[in-house]
Design a protein around this ligand. Sequence first.
Ligand SMILES: Cc1cc2nc3c(=O)[nH]c(=O)nc-3n(C[C@H](O)[C@H](O)[C@H](O)COP(=O)(O)OP(=O)(O)OC[C@H]3O[C@@H](n4cnc5c(N)ncnc54)[C@H](O)[C@@H]3O)c2cc1C
Length: 421
Amino acid sequence: MIYDIVVVGGGPAGMMAAGRAGELGARVLLVEKNQQLGAKLLATGHGRCNFTNLQADKKETIGVYGKNFKFLFSAFSKFGVASSINFFSKFGVESKEEDRGRVFPLSDKAGDIREALVKYLKKNSVEVRLGAEVKEIVAKDKKIEKIILTNGEEILGRNFIISTGGKSYPETGSTGSAYGWLESLGHKIIAPRPALTPIVVKPPHQVWCGGKEKIVKKLEGLSLENIGISVYQNDKKIMSRTGEIIFTADGLSGPAIIDLSGHVGEFLLEPTFLKIDFKPEIEISKFEEKLQKDFHQSHNKMLKNYLAGLVQPKLLPAIIELSGVNEQKQVSDITKVERQALARALKEFTLEAKELKGFNKAMVTAGGVDIKEVDSRTMRSKIYENLFLAGEILDLDGPTGGYNLQICWSTGFVAGESVTF
Ligand SMILES: Cc1cc2nc3c(=O)[nH]c(=O)nc-3n(C[C@H](O)[C@H](O)[C@H](O)COP(=O)(O)OP(=O)(O)OC[C@H]3O[C@@H](n4cnc5c(N)ncnc54)[C@H](O)[C@@H]3O)c2cc1C
């Protein structure tokens, strides 16, 4: 028996690709090594699945996908954000928009997104093999001929779609096994690296501020919203974000940090600093003026009581320690130098980045199959005419917010419909 299309990897990209190919009448086999489809999909958005973003396919914002964003133009024009939302709605999943354009199922259940895809597979008679791990892909005469499973079974196909994902969260099945097969078939693999991951700092939490250095303890678990983070190298600002951060046992996490992590990873060969601004809405000289005015108005207050109205209780001791000002001092007695030290502690709280947390904690994998060797209109390999690639296996990744799953829906759909059989 020879299948028209064999899809390897039953994550979001593979399920979409297999369903679309089945819808067009192909005899499709979807091979997944886990005992269930979409294990990682279930973990997305803390189980709520932020399945797309209203900004993901907009010309003005598509640059968030980094240097390879142009590759996505064609796939997004065929199956973009609106198509994804309509698709899930057709399969009974209504959606809702949250802040920053993030779209979730109305039910807040990632399981509903997976269920919709399973219905799509069933409706289009896609055959699914669970617990089937591919160990090798075999090519003959410039065409892919078959896959070989770890139990030795060989499966023949006229076409193959590889959608085995990246290397992050390997416990969900994404172990990067296809990189090796594809490399030995002649495809170039851009070195996979963790992206969208917490950042480890050196050592936790050694803070630099105004030329001084202090170990600030007990910040673990502190979660703060609307915080400015800037990345510095050689005193030069490289990039910045504003958003939520969380202090972890060995560094920093939270959406703003996770979004910056991929870029930080690229710079780590040289000393790289993360400057935290707890009051990003106001520039430092204006902030100092505000302190001066406030100190004048509430002159009887002790510094620690004044700061209690300005920062979270867990952060307060760190700010006092870093500024070097006596917390018992009455604010009216605070000198200009002390005021400047307080302003710096709150706006230039600087940590040195050590490393990224690694694939175990990375939400996506940057790098993967070099997109120069893939036709962006069809997802067809430029080396093997019957080989297609979809999803995170490609050298494509975006920030948090539903951007990465949109890559999967778009490239999966296009791969599924571009196969000729
Ligand atoms: C904790 C977490 C939360 C996330 N939240 C979001 C979010 O809210 N929004 C968003 O847009 N993105 C999110 N992401 C990213 C998103 O989940 C991925 O980008 C997406 O799952 C990639 O889909 P894929 O189909 O390309 O690969 P995967 O989902 O990795 O699926 C690949 C499949 O291939 C199978 N496979 C691998 N090797 C073999 C083999 N040799 N034989 C057979 N099968 C094989 C795997 O078992 C797996 O099921 C999150 C990721 C994580 C880890």
